[in-house]
Design a protein around this ligand. Structure first.
Ligand code: NDP
Length: 250
């Protein structure tokens, strides 16, 4: 796949799944903008064709300004990967409105704002790919994580609606729905699941590996391989779909 000259934006591209996708895109020759709240994390991984720009996906003005600046520097975004997200879990009766809103603002508003601002330039080009990173929690209920589950169902709804809105255009909109992937989000979750359930971190990790029929966590590169296929020529007719990378979990 030759992505020479194509500008790709990956939110949350400094770590985990986003970083694996950003590296795959850079390897194919794309000019990649990676974003996240922590500039120092982005600076650590940025390279010749990967530029880090701090941006909080919850903040409309920040998203508008950052994507405008990225487009001015590297051209219209033609590959948009709305990946930034948080995974906070509580039983619903213990979920504060503040926590609920923060999950929605990050996972759902963040995807909306990122895609809206990317489309402004993409629609003037002859090819574009939008990929959202939902979750298997976007396809079924995840115990103890009603807010996360609702936000990830929303991300899939957004993706499907966009595939209808822009039907017949050279742009496709697809979601990837991973199971438990070996990234910092899972490391943080291991500790919080363990604390809440009164079990050890090792036992909590086993809950996650056991959910996968292959009894292991998924590698971020397995998710980026799906993104690579969705961007490549073999998937031109794939639109409005949810690709599960979940070891049979769902
Ligand atoms: P990470 O924690 O490594 O990645 C999350 C990224 O999102 C970080 O780079 C973080 O950067 C960024 N981010 C979080 N909040 C904001 C914000 N307000 N504004 C901008 N950036 C933000 O975990 P993953 O790589 O695993 O997560 C990536 C996506 O994959 C998420 O949407 C997650 O829900 C999804 N996913 C992950 C699964 C897993 O098991 N790992 C399973 C299913 C889905 P920073 O903190 O610097 O802002």
């Amino acid at each position: 796949m030759n992505l020479n000259g194509k500008h790709a934006l990956v939110t949350g591209g400094g770590t985990g799944i986003g970083l694996a996708i950003a590296q795959m895109l850079a390897d194919q020759g794309a000019q990649v903008t990676i974003t996240g709240r922590r500039q120092e994390v982005l600076d650590e991984v940025a390279g010749a064709n990967m530029t880090g720009m701090a941006m909080d996906v919850r903040d409309e003005a920040d998203v508008v300004g950052t994507i405008e600046a990225a487009v001015a520097a590297r051209g219209p975004v033609q590959i948009c990967v709305a990946n930034a997200g948080i995974a906070e879990g509580r039983a619903l009766h213990k979920t504060s409105l503040e926590m609920w809103r923060n999950i929605m603002a990050t996972n759902l508003d963040g995807a909306f704002l990122t895609i809206r601002e990317s489309l402004k330039g993409m629609l003037g080009t002859d090819w574009g790919r939008v990929i959202t990173i939902s979750s298997i929690a976007g396809l079924r209920g995840l115990k103890g994580a009603a807010g996360y589950t609702a936000s990830k169902h929303g991300v899939i709804g957004l993706t499907r609606a966009l595939s209808e809105d822009y039907i017949g255009t050279p742009y496709t909109f697809n979601a990837i729905c991973p199971g438990y992937v070996d990234t910092p989000i899972v490391t943080r979750n291991t500790d919080s699941i363990a604390q809440r359930a009164g079990i050890s971190a090792e036992q909590a990790r086993k809950v996650m590996t056991d959910a996968n029929r292959h009894k292991r966590l998924i590698a971020p590169e397995e998710v980026s391989a799906a993104a690579q296929w969705l961007i490549g020529p073999g998937s031109q007719s794939v639109n409005g779909q949810c690709i599960e990378i979940a070891g049979g979990q769902s």
